[in-house]
Design a protein around this ligand. Sequence first.
Ligand code: GLN
Length: 510
Amino acid sequence: MPNVIVVLGTVMSGIGKGSIAASIASLLSERGYDTNVIKMDGYLNYDAGTLDPYRHGEVFVLDDGTECDMDLGTYERFLSKNLSGDNYLTSGKLFYEIIKKEREGYFKGEDVQFVPHVVNDIIERILTLPGEFIIVEIGGTAGDIENSYFIEAVRQLSKRVPTAFVVVTYVPEPPSIGEQKTKPAQQGLRILLSMGVTPTFIVARSHRPLEYKAKYKLSLYGGVPLENVISVPDLPSIYHVPVVLEKQGLISKILKLFGYEDESKGTRWEGFVKRCESLEEELTIGVIGKYADFPDAYVSIRHALIHAGVAVGRKPKIIWINTRKEVKEEDLSSLEAAVIPGGFGKEGAEGIIKALKILRENEIPTLAICRGMQLLAVEIVRDLVGYSDAHTTEIDPNTRHPVVIEMPGYSRGRLRKGLYPVSIVPGTHLYEVYGSTKTLERHRHRFYVNPEYFDVLRDAGAKLSARSGRILEGIEIGSMIGVQFHPEFLSRPREPSKLFLDLYKRAIFK
Ligand code: GLN
């Protein structure tokens, strides 16, 4: 039987519960324990594929094509482990599969109920994950209708296997009062207690480190010893979170509770954080897309830039450029490098095409990802071939020059998702970057560069540098590199994406 660590929230969401859960997982795995995670989300959406990046941040994609919450990206980056659909459960998926079973006669005429059926299903999903330690993160906050059955499931589970509850709460410090106030946290804890869950640890998020008085109150109201109240103040980056947790001995305390001996020898994250902080020289990189005013929508790109920056010794200074607004040459010409993220729909697309032209003409090292690559192909055909109406049929279904079209078999919203092999053409820049004719990268798209335009692109001076069957996976022209896949999803702090590293190198040694 595994040891289970449940991470849940009170007061409000969006305060870093995901990074706290990921840090706990990472610190355990760093000690050599086989650690696994599962994130449970109350949404009735089957997966995150249809969630609005404006509200939820980026849609992250796993090897098996699961479209999930961006917290799974944090887990992968912290654990250096590739996760699967088993590590992500929405209420939509949970109910869909239970109702499907009911329709198939699985329950043989029984009433299908929240308790025991839904709850047992949740418990089974936790217990079937391999690992000595399973971190269960429950999205939202205690008291939400949509996560009540997840909380009931972990409450019941805690009677069967060793379980620790790490409750993440928030302690505000209103400027007009100038004091840390624990009342919202007290009320949140009361809700949790009324659900039968007693915290083992309370992790208090606050602006400044938690003062003794606030700590003491939380320990009283939450019914935990004072030393089990952990303070996580606002930090310069999420990579500081494991360092702060380790300093307060959270993992040693959890391990002792489960009957393990432990003596903390610090964490590898200390070195990473030190390297981040020691970077002095900056590199100005534009991230250009329609969600630029909401950077969480591009969170994996931001992290991929941090990882590669640490490796080459440069601090990324990211300039977010919103293509829903007018794209101006003077905003782009001073950039040292640029990333064009993927995207869907019409909004901001003309701005991206304009930006691509400016970047190409100013020879600014650029990495264009997924739709960014598709629009790069459009831009080349428009500007270098002279077909000014060239387009992707995603935006203009009637264009006379459909440079990008829907892939056969991928109509009605079906996407090519997950890890697919990419064949790289020797003699290209991409080949130099990967040092191989083969790689595996994650994808999420429905459109592709129209194979009928391959020769047109070649004649315009572009190199078609990678393929997957008929699907164009890479294109190069001047300072521009476009890829159909998403290299940002596989970038890890100590193992940066080769393409992001290359972007820095191209910018530095220009
Ligand atoms: N909208 C484009 C497609 O479906 C690109 C998707 C993306 O950039 N992730 O192919």
